[in-house]
Design a binder for this molecule. Sequence first.
Ligand code: HEC
Length: 164
Amino acid sequence: MKLPNVSISFVWVVLTCGLITLLIIVGNLTILGLNRPTIPTPTEVNWTEFQKGRLLLDQYGCGGCHIVPGLSKARGRVGPSLKNIHEQMFIAGVVANNSSNLAQWIQNPQSLAPGTAMPNLEVTEEHSRLMANYLMTPPREGVADWLRALGSEREEKVTDPLRH
Ligand code: HEC
């Protein structure tokens, strides 16, 4: 029996199209879902580090240029607001937003975006990690209560970032 070449190539075309469609779907899922920063739950948060990160953002004077969540006096408008930065896909529009890229940005913005207006503030590796972690730790419902349960002393120092 004569199977025409045409139908064999047709099968290949269908298979290739199917494969391409599959790759596009998987690719989109990766971009939309898997690449999103993972948000820790309250019990996964290291609250001592969280507190340190907030303090460091104050000490390095990030608030001179940025609105910083959890620091009511940080109202700078030189750069973008850092409130809800955990929801952003990119940092300064150039690299994927995740804790390690954010820490790198804080430590050396020019290494990711040469010519950016954000200055290199000589932040140590450890400090940039703590600040990045703080910024990537959004409080969610119930966190304020959770903090209150930790005691009044902590409550004063650690405020709910999104409520400021
Ligand atoms: C002298 C002003 C200045 C200071 C101080 C400063 N920044 Fe920035 N920052 C900027 C500017 C301007 C940008 C926008 C850069 C760009 O888009 O290229 C920026 C961008 C950023 C971004 C990316 C924001 C986004 O929406 O993508 C982060 C995160 C950031 N800064 C964190 C910090 C932290 C943390 C500190 C303190 C350690 C700090 N900045 C101190 C000026 C400053």
